[in-house]
Design a protein around this ligand. Structure first.
Ligand code: MG
Length: 379
């Protein structure tokens, strides 16, 4: 990151804004385990001085969440007053530059911050913005009343960067009521350079913004796939159990448990995705207590282990390979049973079948093989 050792950061989070929904101000809303404000503060890791402006009622919470990482300053009645309080606190700090940033823009990237700080080498003020590319309408009463010219229009973002002495003087001279610090700077006659903003640098404002933020953080999610393969031989009997469903057949499957070859392949796929070995490791065949066991116990254990490690089964796909019995008439019931044990929607589980064209052991009807794939997701 292009931060300099003489550049401070002021993060403004004193608002009570609850347009985004919820009982608490949006900067305290937790996204994927951490508050919006904590994420915003972390976007400026590496800067020598970070000041967070909070509502006086939030100071205890700020201390609890941000202690040791930032300096807390109490905000004023308006945004302008809040920023000025923070700037005043920096007057004798030895800092020469300052970036002022919204506490509810947690996605400011190092590149974006770098562009703002670099621009301060050639201008007393610099701020990111995006040119307006959508058509702009005027409207009234739910109807379009005209088209507005978008030429030369920009959507302003933060961090807005300034030479500290210049912006402090500008704030002291300003009568108040400015929408942002660029307005304050311009009122004092400072040139403000525009640098390229980023679409991802959203300001969390509306309820939908939280969901969008969660999705953006999803880029860091852990996605794992696993596969499983199993074979059981036929023996004398009058039915087989496949994916938890009893299917009448002139033979049975041989095995220590109920020999549910489909469920075993799927269970191994989950253990595989978790790098947790296979069924034999968790349920040793040497232990008599698993003799004749319903394989649902194995699958439920694997799914529980995934949950324990923070993963959800996103989907499972299973192929049974045999000439007979015919799987098709039972496939939906099998998928439903697997989804019930996994605790996920039936539309996330697929059970299908194929023959091996009378070739090999499955073709000779000596046994049934099963192949499974799963995807696990940890948000
Ligand atoms: Mg098996």
């Amino acid at each position: 990151m292009a931060e300099r050792t003489d550049t401070a950061v002021v993060i403004v989070a004193a608002g009570r804004g609850i347009r985004a929904g919820g009982a608490e101000p949006k900067q305290w809303h937790v996204i994927a385990g951490r508050s919006v404000l904590a994420r915003t503060v972390d976007a400026f890791a590496g800067f020598p001085r970070r000041v967070v402006v909070l509502h006086p009622d939030d100071m205890a919470r700020g201390l609890a969440e941000l202690r040791g990482r930032v300096t807390l300053v109490a905000g004023g009645k308006t945004r302008c007053e809040s920023v000025r309080n923070a700037l005043e606190s920096l007057e004798f700090s030895g800092m020469n530059r300052v970036l002022v940033h919204d506490g509810v823009r947690p996605f400011a990237s190092p590149a974006l911050i770098g562009r703002v700080t670099a621009a301060l080498d050639r201008a007393p003020a610099a701020a990111p913005a995006l040119a307006v590319t959508d058509a702009l309408w005027t409207g009234a009463g739910g109807l379009v009343t005209g088209l507005a010219d978008r030429a030369g229009l920009f959507r302003a973002q933060t961090p807005q960067g300034f030479h500290l002495r210049a912006i402090l003087a500008a704030h002291r001279a300003h009568p108040g009521g400015a929408a942002d610090d660029v307005e304050v700077a311009r009122a004092a006659g400072l040139d403000v350079a525009i640098v390229e903003g980023e679409e991802e640098n959203i300001k969390i404002t509306w309820p939908g913004d939280f969901a969008r933020a969660e999705r953006m953080l999803g880029r860091d999610m852990d996605i794992r796939t696993g596969n499983g393969f199993d074979v059981h031989a036929f023996t004398a009997g009058d039915h087989v159990v496949l994916c938890g469903v009893r299917v009448a057949h002139e033979r049975a499957l041989l095995g220590h448990s109920d020999a549910d070859v489909g469920m075993h392949a799927l269970t191994d796929a989950i253990y595989g995705a978790l790098a947790e070995g296979d069924i034999g490791r968790h349920f040793p065949p040497s232990e008599p207590k698993w003799k004749g066991a319903a394989s649902a116990i194995f699958l439920a254990h694997a799914a529980g282990l995934a949950r324990q490690k923070g993963y959800a089964v996103s989907n499972a796909d299973l192929t049974l390979i045999c000439e007979r019995p015919k799987i098709g008439p039972h496939a939906i019931e099998m998928a439903r049973e697997l989804s019930r044990i996994l605790g996920i929607g039936a539309d996330r589980v697929s059970v299908k079948a194929t023959t091996s064209e009378r070739l090999g052991f499955t073709g000779r009807e000596e046994g049934i093989a099963a192949l499974a794939s799963v995807t696990l997701v940890r948000p």
